[in-house]
Ligand binder design. Structure first.
Ligand code: ADP
Ligand code: ADP
Length: 228
Protein backbone atom coordinates (compact mmCIF):
# COMPACT_ATOMS: atom_id res chain seq x y z
CA UNK A 1 0.00 0.00 0.00
CA UNK A 2 2.81 2.41 0.97
CA UNK A 3 6.39 1.88 -0.25
CA UNK A 4 9.43 4.07 0.20
CA UNK A 5 12.67 3.24 -1.65
CA UNK A 6 15.75 5.04 -0.42
CA UNK A 7 13.85 8.28 0.14
CA UNK A 8 15.68 11.40 1.27
CA UNK A 9 14.26 14.84 1.90
CA UNK A 10 16.44 17.91 2.15
CA UNK A 11 14.52 21.16 2.63
CA UNK A 12 15.59 24.22 0.60
CA UNK A 13 17.28 25.64 3.72
CA UNK A 14 19.58 22.60 3.79
CA UNK A 15 17.90 20.70 6.65
CA UNK A 16 18.10 16.95 6.08
CA UNK A 17 14.70 15.82 7.32
CA UNK A 18 14.86 12.21 6.02
CA UNK A 19 17.86 10.15 4.89
CA UNK A 20 17.59 6.99 2.80
CA UNK A 21 14.22 5.79 4.11
CA UNK A 22 13.06 2.39 2.85
CA UNK A 23 9.83 1.01 4.23
CA UNK A 24 6.80 -0.97 3.27
CA UNK A 25 3.34 -0.80 4.83
CA UNK A 26 0.80 -3.36 3.64
CA UNK A 27 -2.90 -2.89 3.14
CA UNK A 28 -4.78 -3.24 6.43
CA UNK A 29 -1.79 -2.62 8.71
CA UNK A 30 -1.88 -0.41 11.81
CA UNK A 31 1.41 1.42 12.31
CA UNK A 32 2.63 3.85 14.95
CA UNK A 33 5.32 6.31 13.87
CA UNK A 34 7.35 7.50 16.85
CA UNK A 35 10.45 9.55 17.53
CA UNK A 36 11.53 12.82 19.11
CA UNK A 37 10.50 16.21 17.75
CA UNK A 38 12.35 16.98 14.56
CA UNK A 39 12.94 13.29 13.74
CA UNK A 40 11.11 13.59 10.41
CA UNK A 41 7.65 12.17 11.17
CA UNK A 42 5.66 15.05 9.70
CA UNK A 43 7.93 15.14 6.67
CA UNK A 44 7.32 11.44 6.03
CA UNK A 45 3.56 12.07 6.25
CA UNK A 46 3.76 15.07 3.91
CA UNK A 47 5.61 12.95 1.35
CA UNK A 48 2.84 10.32 1.38
CA UNK A 49 0.24 13.05 0.84
CA UNK A 50 2.48 14.64 -1.80
CA UNK A 51 2.57 17.91 0.06
CA UNK A 52 6.34 17.66 -0.36
CA UNK A 53 8.41 15.85 -2.99
CA UNK A 54 11.45 13.78 -2.01
CA UNK A 55 14.90 15.04 -2.94
CA UNK A 56 15.84 11.45 -3.79
CA UNK A 57 14.16 8.06 -3.98
CA UNK A 58 10.80 6.67 -4.98
CA UNK A 59 7.44 6.52 -3.23
CA UNK A 60 4.61 4.24 -4.32
CA UNK A 61 1.05 4.41 -3.00
CA UNK A 62 -1.14 1.53 -4.13
CA UNK A 63 1.50 0.55 -6.69
CA UNK A 64 1.74 3.99 -8.32
CA UNK A 65 4.76 6.26 -8.17
CA UNK A 66 3.62 9.50 -6.60
CA UNK A 67 6.96 11.13 -7.37
CA UNK A 68 6.45 10.84 -11.12
CA UNK A 69 2.73 11.58 -10.75
CA UNK A 70 1.33 14.53 -12.72
CA UNK A 71 -0.13 17.55 -10.96
CA UNK A 72 -3.65 16.80 -12.13
CA UNK A 73 -3.43 13.30 -10.60
CA UNK A 74 -2.66 14.58 -7.09
CA UNK A 75 -6.31 15.19 -6.08
CA UNK A 76 -7.05 11.55 -6.95
CA UNK A 77 -4.20 10.40 -4.70
CA UNK A 78 -5.37 12.60 -1.83
CA UNK A 79 -8.88 11.25 -2.13
CA UNK A 80 -7.51 7.84 -1.19
CA UNK A 81 -5.92 9.22 1.97
CA UNK A 82 -7.74 10.60 5.01
CA UNK A 83 -5.71 13.05 7.11
CA UNK A 84 -6.11 13.97 10.78
CA UNK A 85 -4.06 16.60 12.61
CA UNK A 86 -3.27 17.56 16.20
CA UNK A 87 -5.14 20.87 15.90
CA UNK A 88 -8.27 19.33 14.27
CA UNK A 89 -8.35 21.92 11.46
CA UNK A 90 -12.15 22.24 11.38
CA UNK A 91 -13.76 25.24 9.72
CA UNK A 92 -14.95 27.38 12.67
CA UNK A 93 -17.85 29.05 10.86
CA UNK A 94 -19.37 25.78 9.70
CA UNK A 95 -21.37 23.23 11.63
CA UNK A 96 -20.24 19.66 12.20
CA UNK A 97 -22.45 18.50 9.34
CA UNK A 98 -21.12 21.19 7.02
CA UNK A 99 -17.50 20.48 7.93
CA UNK A 100 -17.87 16.83 6.95
CA UNK A 101 -20.12 17.57 3.96
CA UNK A 102 -17.54 20.01 2.62
CA UNK A 103 -15.03 17.18 2.10
CA UNK A 104 -17.61 15.45 -0.10
CA UNK A 105 -18.55 18.60 -2.01
CA UNK A 106 -14.89 19.16 -2.85
CA UNK A 107 -14.75 15.81 -4.63
CA UNK A 108 -17.98 16.52 -6.48
CA UNK A 109 -20.43 14.32 -4.57
CA UNK A 110 -24.14 14.96 -5.08
CA UNK A 111 -26.40 16.38 -2.39
CA UNK A 112 -28.41 13.20 -2.06
CA UNK A 113 -25.30 11.15 -1.43
CA UNK A 114 -23.97 13.76 1.03
CA UNK A 115 -27.22 13.73 3.03
CA UNK A 116 -26.98 9.97 3.34
CA UNK A 117 -23.24 9.56 3.96
CA UNK A 118 -22.47 12.39 6.44
CA UNK A 119 -24.88 11.22 9.18
CA UNK A 120 -23.62 7.68 8.63
CA UNK A 121 -19.98 8.56 9.26
CA UNK A 122 -20.88 10.85 12.19
CA UNK A 123 -22.76 7.94 13.70
CA UNK A 124 -19.71 5.72 13.20
CA UNK A 125 -17.75 8.27 15.27
CA UNK A 126 -20.53 8.43 17.89
CA UNK A 127 -21.14 12.11 17.29
CA UNK A 128 -24.35 12.22 15.24
CA UNK A 129 -26.14 14.20 17.98
CA UNK A 130 -23.68 17.09 17.44
CA UNK A 131 -24.47 17.52 13.76
CA UNK A 132 -25.75 21.10 14.11
CA UNK A 133 -23.07 22.29 16.53
CA UNK A 134 -20.17 24.55 15.68
CA UNK A 135 -16.65 23.32 16.50
CA UNK A 136 -16.26 25.80 19.39
CA UNK A 137 -19.29 24.25 21.09
CA UNK A 138 -17.55 20.87 21.24
CA UNK A 139 -14.94 19.39 23.55
CA UNK A 140 -11.51 18.64 22.09
CA UNK A 141 -12.28 14.95 21.80
CA UNK A 142 -15.52 15.68 19.99
CA UNK A 143 -13.76 18.02 17.58
CA UNK A 144 -11.21 15.35 16.81
CA UNK A 145 -13.98 12.81 16.18
CA UNK A 146 -15.52 15.25 13.70
CA UNK A 147 -12.11 15.63 12.04
CA UNK A 148 -11.83 11.84 11.79
CA UNK A 149 -15.35 11.65 10.35
CA UNK A 150 -14.31 14.21 7.74
CA UNK A 151 -11.19 12.17 6.95
CA UNK A 152 -13.29 9.02 6.50
CA UNK A 153 -16.28 10.38 4.64
CA UNK A 154 -14.88 9.67 1.16
CA UNK A 155 -13.88 6.12 2.21
CA UNK A 156 -10.09 6.45 1.96
CA UNK A 157 -7.92 3.33 1.84
CA UNK A 158 -5.33 4.94 4.12
CA UNK A 159 -5.93 7.01 7.26
CA UNK A 160 -2.99 9.09 8.48
CA UNK A 161 -2.94 10.99 11.75
CA UNK A 162 -0.17 13.41 12.81
CA UNK A 163 -0.14 13.70 16.62
CA UNK A 164 -3.92 13.26 16.81
CA UNK A 165 -4.02 13.20 20.61
CA UNK A 166 -1.46 15.95 21.23
CA UNK A 167 -4.15 18.34 22.49
CA UNK A 168 -6.22 15.77 24.38
CA UNK A 169 -6.21 14.35 27.89
CA UNK A 170 -5.40 10.70 28.54
CA UNK A 171 -8.99 9.37 28.63
CA UNK A 172 -9.89 11.20 25.45
CA UNK A 173 -6.68 10.06 23.79
CA UNK A 174 -7.58 6.45 24.50
CA UNK A 175 -11.04 6.99 23.08
CA UNK A 176 -9.58 8.39 19.86
CA UNK A 177 -7.10 5.51 19.57
CA UNK A 178 -9.97 3.03 20.01
CA UNK A 179 -11.71 4.66 17.06
CA UNK A 180 -8.56 4.28 14.96
CA UNK A 181 -8.42 0.60 15.84
CA UNK A 182 -12.05 0.13 14.87
CA UNK A 183 -11.46 1.89 11.55
CA UNK A 184 -8.45 -0.38 10.98
CA UNK A 185 -10.52 -3.48 11.78
CA UNK A 186 -12.83 -2.47 8.96
CA UNK A 187 -9.90 -2.74 6.54
CA UNK A 188 -8.39 0.76 6.37
CA UNK A 189 -4.60 1.05 6.59
CA UNK A 190 -3.83 3.32 9.58
CA UNK A 191 -0.62 5.28 10.23
CA UNK A 192 -0.43 7.32 13.45
CA UNK A 193 2.49 9.59 14.37
CA UNK A 194 2.37 10.01 18.12
CA UNK A 195 4.11 10.81 21.41
CA UNK A 196 1.48 8.89 23.40
CA UNK A 197 3.95 6.47 24.91
CA UNK A 198 1.54 4.75 27.28
CA UNK A 199 -0.92 3.95 24.48
CA UNK A 200 1.75 2.74 22.05
CA UNK A 201 3.16 0.46 24.76
CA UNK A 202 -0.26 -0.95 25.61
CA UNK A 203 -1.52 -1.62 22.07
CA UNK A 204 1.50 -3.55 20.76
CA UNK A 205 1.10 -2.56 17.13
CA UNK A 206 3.84 -2.23 14.55
CA UNK A 207 6.11 0.64 15.61
CA UNK A 208 8.43 2.49 13.24
CA UNK A 209 10.85 4.75 15.12
CA UNK A 210 12.57 7.68 13.44
CA UNK A 211 15.59 9.54 14.76
CA UNK A 212 17.34 12.35 12.89
CA UNK A 213 15.73 11.31 9.63
CA UNK A 214 16.60 7.61 9.90
CA UNK A 215 14.52 4.55 10.77
CA UNK A 216 16.17 3.27 13.92
CA UNK A 217 13.59 0.60 14.71
CA UNK A 218 10.73 -1.19 12.93
CA UNK A 219 9.05 -3.83 15.08
CA UNK A 220 5.80 -5.73 15.08
CA UNK A 221 4.16 -5.71 18.50
CA UNK A 222 6.56 -2.90 19.20
CA UNK A 223 6.93 -0.41 22.03
CA UNK A 224 7.43 3.35 22.19
CA UNK A 225 11.09 3.07 23.14
CA UNK A 226 13.63 0.32 22.57
CA UNK A 227 14.04 -2.23 25.34
CA UNK A 228 17.80 -1.65 25.57
P1 ADP B 1 8.78 15.67 13.38
O1 ADP B 1 7.44 15.62 12.75
O2 ADP B 1 9.33 14.32 13.75
O3 ADP B 1 8.87 16.62 14.54
P2 ADP B 1 9.58 17.14 11.00
O4 ADP B 1 9.40 16.27 9.83
O5 ADP B 1 8.56 18.18 11.30
O6 ADP B 1 9.82 16.20 12.29
O7 ADP B 1 10.98 17.86 10.90
C1 ADP B 1 12.20 17.21 10.52
C2 ADP B 1 13.28 18.27 10.34
O8 ADP B 1 12.97 19.04 9.20
C3 ADP B 1 13.39 19.25 11.50
O9 ADP B 1 14.74 19.60 11.64
C4 ADP B 1 12.57 20.43 11.01
O10 ADP B 1 13.00 21.62 11.61
C5 ADP B 1 12.86 20.41 9.54
N1 ADP B 1 11.75 20.96 8.72
C6 ADP B 1 10.45 20.55 8.71
N2 ADP B 1 9.74 21.23 7.82
C7 ADP B 1 10.59 22.10 7.23
C8 ADP B 1 10.47 23.10 6.20
N3 ADP B 1 9.30 23.32 5.58
N4 ADP B 1 11.56 23.80 5.86
C9 ADP B 1 12.73 23.56 6.46
N5 ADP B 1 12.95 22.65 7.42
C10 ADP B 1 11.88 21.92 7.81
P1 ADP C 1 -14.23 18.75 27.86
O1 ADP C 1 -14.22 18.98 29.37
O2 ADP C 1 -14.10 17.33 27.47
O3 ADP C 1 -13.33 19.67 27.10
P2 ADP C 1 -16.46 20.53 27.60
O4 ADP C 1 -16.64 20.82 29.03
O5 ADP C 1 -15.87 21.53 26.70
O6 ADP C 1 -15.71 19.12 27.41
O7 ADP C 1 -17.87 20.11 26.98
C1 ADP C 1 -18.67 19.14 27.60
C2 ADP C 1 -19.90 18.96 26.73
O8 ADP C 1 -20.64 20.19 26.62
C3 ADP C 1 -19.51 18.54 25.35
O9 ADP C 1 -20.29 17.41 25.00
C4 ADP C 1 -19.82 19.72 24.47
O10 ADP C 1 -20.42 19.30 23.24
C5 ADP C 1 -20.82 20.52 25.25
N1 ADP C 1 -20.56 21.96 25.06
C6 ADP C 1 -19.44 22.63 25.39
N2 ADP C 1 -19.53 23.94 25.08
C7 ADP C 1 -20.77 24.11 24.52
C8 ADP C 1 -21.46 25.21 23.98
N3 ADP C 1 -20.92 26.44 23.91
N4 ADP C 1 -22.70 24.99 23.48
C9 ADP C 1 -23.24 23.77 23.50
N5 ADP C 1 -22.63 22.69 24.02
C10 ADP C 1 -21.42 22.84 24.52
Amino acid sequence: MIRFFNVSKVYPNGVKALTGITLQIEKGEFVFLVGPSGAGKSTLIKLIFREELPTKGQIYIGGRSIVRMKHREVPGLRRQIGMVFQDFRLLPDRTVFENVAFAMQVVGAGWKEIKKRVPEVLQQMGIQDRMKYYPRQLSGGEQQRVAIARALVNRPVILIADEPTGNLDMDTSWEIMHYFQEINRQGTTVLVATHAREIVDALRKRVIALERGNIVRDEYQGAYASAT
